[in-house]
Design a protein around this ligand. Sequence first.
Ligand code: ADP
Ligand code: MN
Ligand code: MN
Ligand code: MN
Ligand code: MN
Length: 384
Amino acid sequence: LTSTTSRQLSTTTPLNNTFLKNSPNAYLNKQILERYKSLETPKNRVQATYLWIDGTGENVRLKDRVLDFVPKAVSDLPKWQYDGSSTYQAAGENSDTTLVPRAIYKDPFKPGKNDILVVCDTYSADGKPTESNKRASLMEDMNKVEKEHEPWFGIEQEYTLLDIDGRPFGWPENGFPAPQGPYYCAVGANRVYARDLVEAHAVACLYAGVDFAGTNAEVMPAQWEYQVGPSLGMKASDDLWVSRYILQRIAEEYGVVVTFDPKPVEGQWNGAGAHTNFSTKAMRADGGMKAIEAAIQKLSKHQERHIRAYDPKEGKDNERRLIGRLETSSITEFSWGVANRACSVRIPRGVADAQKGYLEDRRPSSNCDPYAVCGALVRTCLVE
Ligand code: ADP
Ligand code: MN
Ligand code: MN
Ligand code: MN
Ligand code: MN
């Protein structure tokens, strides 16, 4: 017996697993933690996982603290510091960075208790938002427009599962799967991979309080999508960050890697986006098409601003994805159309028929910061 085989024998992981190579998390016995989860803990002790976005603008960090009270509102929660020099957010000599709690969710990883997830934004020693804190300015703008316009957002999050070696999950080790075509919304062991994970994620998000809206298998094998919303104001963006964290936590348990890279495989393989659906009170009202067209008119004048806001590298990531093929538009030219998936902005067929509803901005990359994306939409369409 090799050491790998003996490790496998002590767990529920099947033998001869050709995927999940060198994935230590996948080999841990998942039953053991259950024994401890059912232990009784003091009633007034609450575990809170503080979540924040690090200096990359695309990765979530977290740390846990035990509170000695049950919080009723986010304003009850203490601020907290962390070492920003270890998250690309501060220099070592002045590294204390502050977490400000902004939204509370139920923690699906510690169910049945009062334990919570806390979405935070981050502030430097001088009290200003850190560079990757795009939430602060979105909140400022949202406060100006929310009452009058009631902006709703619904985001379609695409992502790709990878084996620990960086190869898309389920793909042959040498070579490629058959070309795209049979995989989108498919069923069957030769067409979709890791549906377990997708379904666990849906339930966990609903439990947490995310406005989770649906899932589908994507065009590229090992690629999936889920949607959040439509939600008012900040909630869609907060929900998207929480749902990304939950997805990565569940994938961690399975020993599978999630990538939000917008073009995980070069060539004739679809990239991954975060189509952002947007509406206002006027767009949703009868004859709202007029307001939709007015917004598109404004968007057409700010292609550059939007491309800069739509991925964490100010357009560099989307350069690989927005190539005018494979259901994407050109990165340099704004375009729009009804039911057209090769446009920057699409009006869904049902919206055109009803002459009211919402628009779909197809440009945001899968690793975008929704605070930046929604911020750009609000600024272009509502603030100016
Ligand atoms: P498709 O794949 O056809 O582009 P999906 O069904 O995947 O569309 O996603 C539709 C998205 O539109 C969902 O995220 C949903 O929340 C969002 N949405 C629906 N109605 C509205 C609306 N009035 N305002 C904003 N977003 C909306
Ligand atoms: Mn320490
Ligand atoms: Mn979709
Ligand atoms: Mn999709
Ligand atoms: Mn879409």
